[in-house]
Ligand binder design. Structure first.
Ligand SMILES: [Zn+2]
Length: 113
């Protein structure tokens, strides 16, 4: 499961950052996950609660904002709503679609003290 290793990385990153900022306890983590990243938010959420450990993450809540995939057709310039990897322009059938949104995968912010 791809989300497990991703969560491990995420926790490491948070731990490192919290250490540098002198944060002893993380209360909330907000993630942005684009629809085109092939990351399942529910699986990531599950991994987060399964893998977090220690006083730093005690009581930490994960909030996930899902960004829908959006792009435009390079041939007819129509706006295209993208559904995970099924990339085709609904207006002209072209597969030359540029992805404008949906590849995001980052920590929006986290709170702690
Ligand atoms: Zn098109």
């Amino acid at each position: 499961m791809h989300e497990l290793s991703l969560t491990t990385e995420l926790l490491k990153l948070l731990e490192h950052d919290a250490q540098q900022k002198g944060i002893k306890r993380i209360r909330k983590v907000k993630l942005v996950i684009g629809a085109m990243t092939s990351v399942l938010p529910s699986a990531l959420e599950f991994s987060f609660y399964a893998l977090k450990e220690g006083p730093l993450f005690e009581g930490a809540q994960l909030e996930i904002e899902e960004r829908p995939g959006r792009g435009h057709c390079q041939d007819c310039l129509a706006e295209v709503v993208l559904d995970n990897w099924c990339i085709m322009c609904p207006s002209c059938g072209s597969r030359r679609v540029s992805i404008d949104q949906g590849r995001e995968l980052y920590i929006d912010f986290y709170e702690g003290e």
